[in-house]
Design a protein around this ligand. Structure first.
Ligand code: GLY
Ligand code: MN
Ligand code: MN
Length: 436
């Protein structure tokens, strides 16, 4: 793996030429008062270094003669380490993480200029750490003040995402290994949840089953707050209270994924708590399932990313017309977005080090991203008949028998050279397999 971080840095350095890229570690997050969450490194920083401590800065300066990769880190400090855990320190930053030079973070202001003064531009992402953003601007301003005398220096700051995120979008074999692990652990958790859920149990009990398995199987924990939404709660897209008692004849929507070795899975299944779909639930479920399968069938190299959403929307719209929730001509309903009261989100996103992973979906208005082997994305259509929904203009009143049903089905899909591989396929989604 060590070599792979180096390869990534080299790939990035080839792109930035005589620029200098600066990456800042993620801040330590405070839970409340001075109690901290466990630390999670910034994904760009981790992708390029594998280094997972706060208070660190990584610099890539391909044009520098000796120091192309520089780390600024927290120095060893026995007393601080007793309280907050082991630090790698300056020396090991070179030995373990392969930095050509390393300094204590306290020397950043003094040492940084030597890596910027000959750079043609700075690559930096203005993040949430305001003080650090200010620091970069201050260094830049200083260099620009002396630019007339030297005739060299960074004349612009460019966001690192423009050069880095196209690399992160294509997953390597070792990344895929971790993503398969993240998927497998979440598959197991969903299977356990399906066995466990029954009328009378509480949503949080199901959540506990799921998250127990995440940790038990070596995962870092949930990739995002687990959604365990029974009955009408399934109509709230990001429902995370998870405190309701589940009833017979209701659906349970579980959207839960696991973080494993910094990579994520993201799975949704919807199934009847009591083992039998009502006829309305079944009809809507079949529409969503068909939309999901047809959308997944479009995941193959060469297809535009947008096609996945377009196919899902078309299938959902056709289904809604068939059952009388929409009326009219399909193309017109799609063009006028009449499906939106029942399907208000997109059909998926890139998946990787971030759950909503980086990478562009569209290169300008008429140039969609084209699917390529090594990309991983979610496919997650749904239908939500939210209470109090006003039908779109010219559309029929909503028959009360549909109201309160929420369904989503989500899988994680890898684009392969010949088509796709569904990493989360082992969680059942056929009606026959969900009923008992
Ligand atoms: N659970 C987050 C998402 O599906 O995007
Ligand atoms: Mn998702
Ligand atoms: Mn999800």
């Amino acid at each position: 793996m060590g070599n792979e971080y180096q390869q990534r840095r080299e790939q990035l350095m080839a792109k930035i030429g005589d620029g200098t890229a600066i990456f800042c570690s993620a801040p330590s997050a405070v839970m409340h008062n001075d109690v901290e969450y466990s630390y999670r490194q910034d994904s760009d920083f981790f992708y390029l270094t594998g280094f997972n401590e706060p208070q660190a800065v990584a610099v890539l300066a391909p044009h520098h003669k000796e120091h192309k990769f520089v780390l600024f880190v927290q120095p060893k400090d026995r007393d601080a380490e007793i309280w907050s855990g082991y630090r790698c320190g300056v020396e090991a930053a070179k030995q373990i993480y392969g930095a050509d030079e390393a300094y204590p973070i306290t020397e950043l202001d003094e040492k940084l200029p030597q890596y910027l003064e000959k750079a043609s531009r700075i690559y930096y992402h203005f993040g949430r750490k305001r003080a650090f953003n200010e620091k970069i601007i201050t260094h830049w301003q200083k260099l620009m003040r002396t630019y007339p005398k030297r005739g060299t220096g960074p004349v612009a700051i460019e966001d690192t995402s423009t050069v880095l995120h196209s690399l992160r979008l294509i997953k390597s074999e070792s990344e895929l290994e971790l993503m398969r692990k993240a998927a497998d652990v979440a598959v197991e958790a969903h299977l356990a949840a399906m066995r466990f859920a029954q009328p009378g149990r509480y949503e949080y009990e199901v959540q506990a089953e799921i998250e127990h398995i995440f940790r038990l199987r070596g995962g870092m924990g949930p990739a995002y707050p687990s959604i365990v939404a029974s009955g009408i709660n399934a109509c709230v897209l990001h429902y995370i209270e998870n405190n309701r008692q589940m009833q017979d004849r209701e659906l349970l929507l579980i959207d839960a994924g696991c973080a494993y070795g910094y990579y994520n899975s993201d799975i949704t299944r919807t199934f009847p708590v009591g083992g039998k779909f009502t006829s309305e639930q079944k009809v809507l479920y079949e529409i969503v399932l068909e939309a999901q399968k047809k959308a997944i069938a479009q995941v193959k190299p060469g297809n535009p990313y947008n096609l996945i959403h377009d196919v899902a929307v078309r299938t959902l719209t056709e289904g809604l017309v068939e059952i009388g929730l929409l009326t009219g001509e399909i193309d017109k309903l799609i063009e006028e977005e009449k499906y939106k009261p029942f399907y208000m989100h997109r059909t998926g996103h890139w998946l990787g080090l971030d759950v909503h992973d980086v990478g562009v979906y569209q290169h300008g208005e008429d140039k969609p991203q084209i699917l390529q082997p090594g990309q991983v994305l979610t496919v997650e259509p749904g239908l939500y008949i939210v209470p109090d929904t006003k039908p779109a203009e010219g559309q029929p009143e909503i028959d009360p028998r549909w109201i309160g049903i929420g369904i989503r089905i989500e899988d994680d899909v890898l684009v392969t050279p010949t088509g796709n591989e569904i990493l989360t396929e082992r969680v059942p989604k056929e009606i026959g397999d969900l009923e008992h």
